[in-house]
Design a protein around this ligand. Structure first.
Ligand code: FAD
Ligand code: NAP
Length: 565
């Protein structure tokens, strides 16, 4: 039986750093700060295990779409050599298993508190220390701990978005959100299932559930581009080649715009004849996955005319894959390709050829209410036994603002970001000293997020190391530094037409969220250079402060640096 919540929180011994989240980011941050910098670090994780995205998103069909040999850590050559991926794009259980393996191999588990949510973080100016409040859902206890550094690894896609439909609570059947899927298998046999959402997640779930359910009704608001992933079991020869060349492949990933070990195309889509262009698209399409970006043309996202050619190619492919021309037209996106994150699929469009699948176009017939027996649209009622929400996330800022973070003078992070996030490089915000964000808003996050995460963590660790070497106790961006970075984010966005389309990249999926570009889309190389330049100039755009530090802070400067020895 659960205890009553304690009135005043219990206090834990002070730490050098608190990290929120035990996904790809939090695990690497723990390793890097504890084992390489020698800090006293603890990770708090709301979930019951490690994995983050790969702990929560257990829905049928969940897998990565970036090839696993790239979508994995690169910091340990031994890890690269010993781990074996069974498929080109590994399924969720295997990625979760990998992250558990990493956790145990590097002895990380002992410093992670599971089932513990960070519910507040308050900066004290006098002691220059953060006080972090947590809630343990296992014991129902509140705890507080002090740390000099407060590091968010809380995830860019970890706070779910379930639209508050009228009548939602009245539904008599089962409801599921893909981002918090049950651990036990859900049996859809014989059931009439509805699914709302046709982004990357919906595109993965729909073909799998359609094979099991008696009937599947897909409620689509916006059609999405999708390319066949051509996923397959790992070919032993390819694996051998990758492992023989891993260091070089990892180096290339770090410096390529997509985080993949491939050179990008150099020719314009408009330089070649229409026939040649089609041939190039067709070849890349047959290869599957992101080959369509890697092996095609350089200007698909900068020239509207070039973009039209690939958008038309993909529309034609939908017409080929879907037998009913009326349904095919409903599935063809109207926005330019790549202005929402494209999806990869296995038999997604073909699923609409099945007799047990119905497509409902919500633009034509919007949802009026969820009823006890299903969903009522303007055209009538769809009877359902189960309802799946594949409706995405309050991306980048959702998990941060929900932590109730208060900086200097009690300023709340959500107030500082009321008109959209303000950061320097996506790592830090003015008025929030020693708060660092991994995959924060305005940071460089591209296709292979694993590569971005390592770069973010390395930059943050190097910054902390610099502070120790120079005896600084706090760091925060200036308002000018934030404004300069905001201009860079805006310039990069303006160089493309990506911001024109409604997507989670611009916050348009969440009603009331400021519509601003949430990623720096100038490319990995430009982003890495910007980060390196700021560091090389003694953290230009930041204010670094020397002086007496509180208990937790003092312990940092006293500790021997592992990296500097
Ligand atoms: P997460 O993995 O989201 O981990 C954050 C953790 O923080 C969560 O476990 C959460 O419980 C915890 N947390 C949040 N708030 C609190 C709090 N207040 N207190 C305590 N704990 C908290 N990227 C790719 O590059 N390739 C892919 O193929 C790919 N596929 C994806 C598939 C899905 C279904 C989704 C949703 C995302 C995918 N992504 C992919 C993006 C993916 O989110 C990142 O690649 C990466 O896993 C993010 O890792 P993270 O550790 O930063 O965040
Ligand atoms: P998403 O791309 O935001 O898609 C959410 C879907 O729900 C969209 O179709 C959206 O329609 C719909 N939706 C949202 N609110 C709605 C409402 N009120 N009424 C009707 N429909 C509504 O979210 P996601 O599919 O979970 O993907 C998010 C990101 O996670 C991806 O872009 C990708 O980066 C990552 N991901 C990757 C993989 C992979 O293949 N490895 C798998 C899943 C997710 P609109 O488009 O009209 O808003």
């Amino acid at each position: 039986m659960k205890q009553e919540t304690s009135a005043s929180p219990k206090c834990d011994s002070p730490l050098d750093a608190v990290v929120v989240g035990a996904g790809f980011s939090g695990l690497y941050a723990l390793y890097r700060l504890r084992d390489r910098l020698g800090l006293n670090v603890r990770v708090y994780e709301a979930g019951g295990g490690v994995g983050g995205t790969w702990y929560w998103n257990r829905y049928p069909g969940a897998r990565c779409d970036v090839p696993s040999y790239s979508y994995s850590y690169s910091f340990s050559e031994e890890l690269d050599q010993e781990w074996r991926w069974s498929e080109k794009c590994a399924p969720q259980p295997e990625i979760e298993h990998y992250l558990n393996h990493v956790t145990d191999r590097f002895d990380l588990r002992r410093d992670i508190r599971f089932n513990t949510r960070v519910i507040s973080a308050t900066y004290d100016e006098a002691s220059r220390v953060w006080t972090i409040g947590t809630h343990d859902s296992g014991t129902n206890e509140h705890w507080s701990v002090q740390a000099r550094f407060f590091i968010s690894a809380a995830g860019l896609l970890s706070t779910g978005n379930i639209p508050p439909y009228k009548g939602l609570d009245t539904f008599k059947g089962e409801t599921y959100f893909t981002g918090a899927w049950p651990h036990e298998k859900v049996d859809f046999r014989g059931r009439r299932v509805g699914i709302i959402g046709t982004g990357s997640t919906g595109i993965q779930v729909i073909p799998v559930v359609a094979q099991e359910a008696a009937h599947l009704t897909v409620f689509q608001r916006t059609p999405h581009y999708s390319i066949p992933s051509r996923n397959a079991p790992t070919d032993p020869r390819t694996e051998q080649e990758i492992k023989a060349n891993y260091p070089e492949l990892r180096r290339k990933e770090r410096h390529s715009p997509l985080g993949l070990p491939d050179d990008l195309p150099t020719q314009s889509a408009l330089e070649v004849s229409a026939e040649e262009r089609w041939r190039i698209y067709e070849r890349a399409w047959q290869a599957g996955g992101f080959r369509l970006l890697v092996d095609s043309f350089k200007d698909l996202m900068t020239s509207r005319e070039a973009n039209r050619t690939i958008s038309e190619f993909l529309a034609e492919k939908i017409r080929e894959r879907v037998r009913n021309p009326e349904i095919a037209e409903k599935l063809i996106p109207k926005h330019p390709f790549g202005t929402k994150r494209p999806a990869l699929d296995t038999e997604y469009f073909e699923t609409f050829n099945r007799s047990n699948v119905t497509l409902v176009d919500l633009k034509a017939t919007p949802i009026e209410a969820i009823t006890p027996d299903g969903i009522r649209t303007r055209a009538g009622e769809h009877a359902l036994d189960s309802l799946i929400f594949a409706t995405g996330f309050d991306a980048f800022t959702g998990s941060l603002v929900r932590m109730n973070i208060r900086g200097r003078g009690g300023v709340r992070l959500e107030d500082h970001w009321a008109e959209g996030p303000r950061t320097l490089l996506g790592f830090a915000s003015h008025s929030f000293p020693n708060l660092f964000m991994i995959c924060g808003p305005q940071s460089g996050v591209y296709f292979n997020v694993a590569r971005n995460i390592e770069q973010h963590v390395d930059w943050i660790a190097d910054c902390i190391q610099y502070m120790r070497q120079h005896e600084y106790v706090s760091i925060e961006p200036t308002t000018e530094g934030e404004a300069r970075w905001a201009a860079c984010v805006q310039d990069a966005a303006n160089a493309t037409f990506i911001p024109e389309t409604d997507s989670w990249w611009v916050g348009a999926n969440i009603p009331g969220k400021p519509r601003v570009m949430l990623r720096y889309i100038g490319g990995t190389v430009a982003y890495r250079n910007a980060c390196a330049e700021v560091a090389a100039k003694g953290y230009e755009g930041f204010v670094l402060t020397r002086g007496a530090a509180g208990t937790a802070a003092a312990s940092v400067s006293e500790r021997t640096s592992v990296e500097s020895t």
